[in-house]
Design a protein around this ligand. Structure first.
Ligand SMILES: Cc1cc2nc3c(=O)[nH]c(=O)nc-3n(C[C@H](O)[C@H](O)[C@H](O)COP(=O)(O)O)c2cc1C
Ligand code: SF4
Length: 693
């Protein structure tokens, strides 16, 4: 399809200092759990972005010195020349497709743990890192330290150029770097020319920009990433105050302004808490203060929104981290006029969890993310079929839909049978919960793709029996029947059913609530699952007017969402709505009138009145059909069926990302030789000549 002329503006080249970006699509820095430790995986992932049409592809935070060691997190590293070859792999992969490679040079200052390097952390003033409870402090930098730091930064810029980077960042975003710490009045208590007035606090940032331009500015562009608002009122930088003043002070110094909000949880807000384009109000002023190109972010997936940002003079370049993760080919699809093929980010922040768990990035929408090198998976290409197999996939939740999509793309004949009239399984149910509407994109993208495939038939309202499976005629049976929440309270904290949870009245599962069951208040939501669902059900029930207490054995609500950057926001929302919160409490009994709560530390019991209790603890696979087919083993063999395979939640319940991955993996790997060993390529420490014990 030809490109929609309304989107032409997105493909205009943009001058950035001495360089030209071929269009306005800019992959802003994002970490990925691969960083310095897995350079081949990392380079391949960035290369796919460049192939997908992004004019600029950036690294993540790249540490410039051992005193900026953010271990155990795995970011980029450019401590000395030994780090150049790994980064050069990436620039090569990016340049292969005509994109510019950008590097975000970072000294993390007081945020550096230095757990590996054992150096002392540096800061404008003596300070304990407010983002960590580690029993260590950063020391106040002397003026000699500042000179030394400027030299490190300059040397890193020179090394970055040697590694092939075209755009070199000075980083003052997210409150995670020295120049930002100097800007922040709450962290900078200096009385010399680097403290006090804003001009003084901005001195270091100005010097870094000047140093970098002087070092590499003739052939590289120098970008400044700056958080114009910290969203903490008068205690922080505000776009209506010092944020604007900093941009005015340094307006023409960088070749590019990359502007956003801080801290990271505000910048990468999930769709539960912020819509597409949510940063506009904060960054809109920047273009009125500088003539330099401006890039900004806001989970942009709609080309019309992108065009509007440019036409209304908000941004010059469309920055994207998550949209580029969910669909590395987003620019190319817009260019080709294939708008409805865009795999839109759902704003769930599973991608962020890779950083927090120090493992390769993964994405709910894009199961190939992080697998480009180690499994050779490409987001837009899959090998064609290798035989005449035909498939019956039972269950059209995220696993079944993805499996059907990929088998269909491979050219196989696929039948997808869903027991319900509605498709999408848990994604459809959960997308109706407060703030999760965007999650329906997991279903909608796949359905839209399936609708274009003549070799895929979808049957709704078809609860499949063993006899139907046997007589269907497919050679391969894939079971993707999902899972259901248990009602007996068994979970992490209770290995046996909780007393009273077998009552016929008053006990509800999450599905009951999602299907609109009538609950009498007061209600307890017992969250021993610790991801989003307990919190969101409490929110839903409270908004419907019920008195709600969220009880959890963890010491904070929705504890695992710390990994998706949402935990604070969830806690705040529940408090604001008036949900009572009881942390560090197990439930040991419920009698329809009250629950007995047990303190996780003292073991002391207390009672809490409740007429209804929602048990959010653990799930059980829907595996009745799997067991029945296993029982009918002989008949299965006689019917010509070559394999019966359970995938996704019906094998072992997990995240939606894992469900999609499981469906994708089956479609790619069912015809590969089986292995019970390592199923992917690994990167091994590279011992070089001269290394010895
Ligand atoms: C997985 C992930 C890792 C990120 N890592 C970095 C980073 O290393 N440096 C940085 O400046 N911003 C980082 N960010 C923030 C993004 O650059 C971006 O500003 C933010 O996600 C908002 O843009 P988006 O809505 O397009 O995702 C990261 C974001 C994500 C989702
Ligand atoms: S994991 Fe979720 S938020 Fe991250 S890119 Fe994928 S869909 Fe978007």
């Amino acid at each position: 399809m030809p490109r929609d002329p309304r989107h032409d503006i997105l493909f205009e080249p943009i001058r950035i200092g001495p360089l030209t970006a071929k269009n306005r699509f800019y992959q802003v820095p994002h970490c990925n759990g691969m960083g310095y430790a897995r350079p081949l995986s990392h380079a391949a992932m960035r290369g796919v972005k460049a192939e997908g049409g992004w004019a600029v592809v950036s690294t993540e935070e790249v540490e410039i010195h051992p005193s900026s060691d953010v271990s155990p997190y795995i970011e980029g590293r450019l401590w000395d020349d030994h780090d150049i070859p790994a980064l050069a792999l990436m620039t090569e992969a990016i340049h292969r497709y005509g994109a510019l490679a950008a590097i975000e040079l970072v000294h993390a200052g007081m945020n550096a743990s230095n757990l590996y390097s054992r150096e002392t952390a540096l800061a404008p003033s003596h300070i304990a890192n407010p983002a960590s409870y580690a029993p260590a402090q950063a020391r106040a930098m002397t003026k000699a330290d500042i000179r030394t730091y400027r030299r490190w930064h300059r040397e890193a810029a020179l090394r970055a150029r040697r590694a092939g980077f075209n755009i070199i960042y000075v980083y003052a975003g997210h409150g995670l770097s020295l120049p930002m710490h100097f800007l922040q009045a709450r962290h900078n208590h200096r009385t010399d020319e680097y403290g006090g007035s804003l001009a003084n606090r901005a001195r270091l940032l100005r010097e870094l920009l000047e140093d970098t331009k002087e070092a590499v500015g003739t052939d590289c562009a120098v970008a400044l990433r700056f958080a114009v608002d910290e969203l903490r009122g008068d205690d922080g930088i505000r776009s209506a105050g010092e944020g604007r003043e900093v941009v005015a002070l340094l307006a023409e110094l960088p070749d590019l302004w990359d502007v956003n909000v801080s801290d990271w949880s505000n910048d990468s807000m999930t769709s539960r808490f912020a819509p597409e384009g949510y940063q506009e109000d904060f960054v809109r002023f920047v273009k009125t203060v500088t003539t330099k190109p401006v890039v900004g972010v806001g989970r942009f997936t709609s080309p019309d929104t992108m065009v509007s940002q440019i036409r209304r003079g908000v941004l010059d370049l469309i920055g994207a981290a998550r949209p580029s993760i969910a669909d590395p080919f987003l620019p190319k699809k817009i260019d080709d006029g294939d708008i409805d093929d865009i795999r839109e980010c759902i704003g769930c922040n599973i991608c962020v969890t890779g950083d927090h768990t120090m493992t390769p990035i993964r994405c709910t929408q894009n199961p190939t993310m992080g697998e480009e090198w180690r499994k050779g998976w490409h987001p837009e290409r899959i090998p064609q079929r290798t035989g005449e197999d035909s498939f019956l996939i039972v269950g059209a939740g995220p696993t079944g839909l993805e499996c059907a999509r990929m088998l269909g793309r491979r050219g196989y004949a696929v039948s997808l049978a869903e027991a319900e009239d509605e498709l999408g399984g848990r994604v459809t149910r959960e997308s109706r919960l407060p703030g999760l509407a965007a999650w329906a994109r997991v279903r909608d993208y796949r359905l839209n793709q399936l609708n274009k495939m003549p070799n895929v038939d979808v049957y709704r309202g078809s609860r499949v029996t063993v006899d139907q499976v046997l007589s269907f005629g497919a050679t391969r049976i894939v079971l993707a029947t999902g899972a259901r929440w248990r009602r007996d309270g068994v979970g992490r904290s209770n290995s046996r059913p909780i007393r009273g949870f077998d009552r016929s009245a008053g006990i509800f599962s999450p599905e009951d609530v999602m299907h609109g069951a009538h609950l009498a208040g007061p209600v307890i939501v017992f969250d021993d699952d610790h991801y989003y669902l307990g919190g969101i059900l409490a929110e839903k029930l409270r908004t419907s007017g019920l008195e709600v207490t969220l009880v959890t054995p963890a010491n904070c609500v929705s504890a695992w969402t710390v990994n998706t950057l949402e935990q604070d926001a969830i806690h705040k929302r529940l408090m604001t709505l008036g949900v009572e919160i009881a942390t560090s409490r197990n439930i040991v009994e419920f009698n329809g009138e009250h629950a007995v709560l047990q303190c996780m530390f003292s073991g002391r019991n207390s009672t809490l009145p409740a007429s209804s209790l929602v048990s959010v603890t653990a799930r059980l696979p829907n595996d009745v059909l799997a067991h029945a087919l296993a029982e009918a083993d002989a008949a299965v063999g006689a019917s010509g069926i070559l394999s019966v395979t359970s995938i996704g939640d019906c094998l072992a319940p997990s995240t939606i990302a894992a469900a999609v991955y499981s469906g994708h993996r089956y479609a790619r790997e069912f015809d590969l030789p089986e292995t019970d060993g390592v199923a992917f390529r690994r990167e091994h420490p590279n011992l070089t000549a001269g290394d010895s014990l």
